[in-house]
Design a binder for this molecule. Sequence first.
Ligand SMILES: Nc1ncnc2c1ncn2[C@@H]1O[C@H](COP(=O)(O)OP(=O)(O)O)[C@@H](O)[C@H]1O
Ligand SMILES: [Mg+2]
Length: 228
Amino acid sequence: MTTCEVSLRNVAAGYARRPVLRQLTASIPTSATTAVVGPNGSGKSTLLSVLAGVHPPTAGTIERRRSSRPCFVVQRSAVSDTLPLTVRETVSMGRWAHRGPWRRLTAEDRGVVDHSMGRLGVRELASRQLGELSGGQRQRVLVAQGLAQEADLILLDEPTTGLDVAARESIASVMRDVAADGMAVVHATHDLAAAKESDHCLLLVDGRLIGEGKPRDVLTDSALREVW
Ligand SMILES: Nc1ncnc2c1ncn2[C@@H]1O[C@H](COP(=O)(O)OP(=O)(O)O)[C@@H](O)[C@H]1O
Ligand SMILES: [Mg+2]
């Protein structure tokens, strides 16, 4: 029996005069990894923004089991790479959800930040600038920020795109670890190997959900041929 962290019913969402998601009914399990798979433009990033609460749906309902603020790791962009932030500052931002921005962190906050960096193996990088890191290191720092935030729902948009095999595997194992700890992990991906290793999977085409369930049942050869 799996517990549902988020349940979406008949959700629609989009942009001015551009409907994207339509009639989307799906579940995101707790303590599991969920892959959102689909071609470019199918609505993966829009779905993640809706789950993150940063993009309001135009119809339907979204129920969350727990009320903590989700952690949203957006797709890698040139902008975030040039932000003048150290690794420790970036992970510390996860505590703002608890203290508010620009407040002094308490000893407890600093403890949570250190522990989160340690779990992701980035404590040695604490004083490095985010922009100096490799893609894989940067993603680990952003996941550490989610742990520091003590989020129950972590959303990663294409976390392994552009990474080498070793970094991809390290992100995949981090996702499994935090899911085993009770978080619901959702990642949008083009990487079918990563999707197949997930516990649950949503297949999107043109804003519609055309498959949901175990990756081996959803990402069949015939479904993939049809979609790509
Ligand atoms: N800010 C935006 N304004 C208008 N249209 C957008 C915006 N963001 C995405 N879209 C459009 O919404 C559709 C779904 O995009 P997106 O959710 O980014 O898909 P994916 O992540 O699967 O590539 C695409 O057709 C895209 O062009
Ligand atoms: Mg996208």
